[in-house]
Design a protein around this ligand. Sequence first.
Ligand SMILES: [Zn+2]
Length: 226
Amino acid sequence: MALPKGFAGTFLWASGLAFVFTSAAFLWSLLGFASPVTPIHLHEYAFPALVVEVGGHVIFGVLAAAPSLDPGLILLAGGESVLIDSDHLLAALGYPVEGRLAHSVFFALAAAVLLAYLSRRGRGPDMGVFAVTLSAVAAHLSYDVFAGNGFFYLLAPLSFGSFELPYWTWPALLTAAVIFTAPLLAERLHQPENVCPNFGVRQDGAKNDGSEFLLPVLSRDLDGTG
Ligand SMILES: [Zn+2]
């Protein structure tokens, strides 16, 4: 089974991975029960601040993935950079866990590896997905700092201590996020016929119909989704 061609296929692919990412961030927040806290009511996403917050996160995520020039990766990053906040859900519902537990270096790495393998093509993980997932998390932290809340559980679940990133780190994080996806641009320019650069993994020219993948809908069709 191959993905449908064109925008529909790209959208389906990015949505599937974004759904996995959202679920992973929520499941990660369950780790908070290992270190219960007094529940506090969250106001972060009260309307109309919600619109500004979501829009800001999407813009930062899209910027982070823009160097890839890949519509699927840009869609994915825009989604991930908002949906990581599914880790707020338990706290918002009044459960005694911290919000933001997925705002962690370890979550970023674990999610990037998971998604890269789910989207893997040929014999290797999809390094484009790996790179933009890390970039999307960095872009998310950048916007959170920019918006005035730089407290993160960066080492959760190894440590449930919070770190405060100073205000100047928001442009630094966003710049780092953009730079991190730059190798994807170099590869795309080198192989302009490719839908998605993959750090050379697809250079073996292997044909596939998706059947070798764990979940075909989450993998990209090597023969092009235009
Ligand atoms: Zn956040």
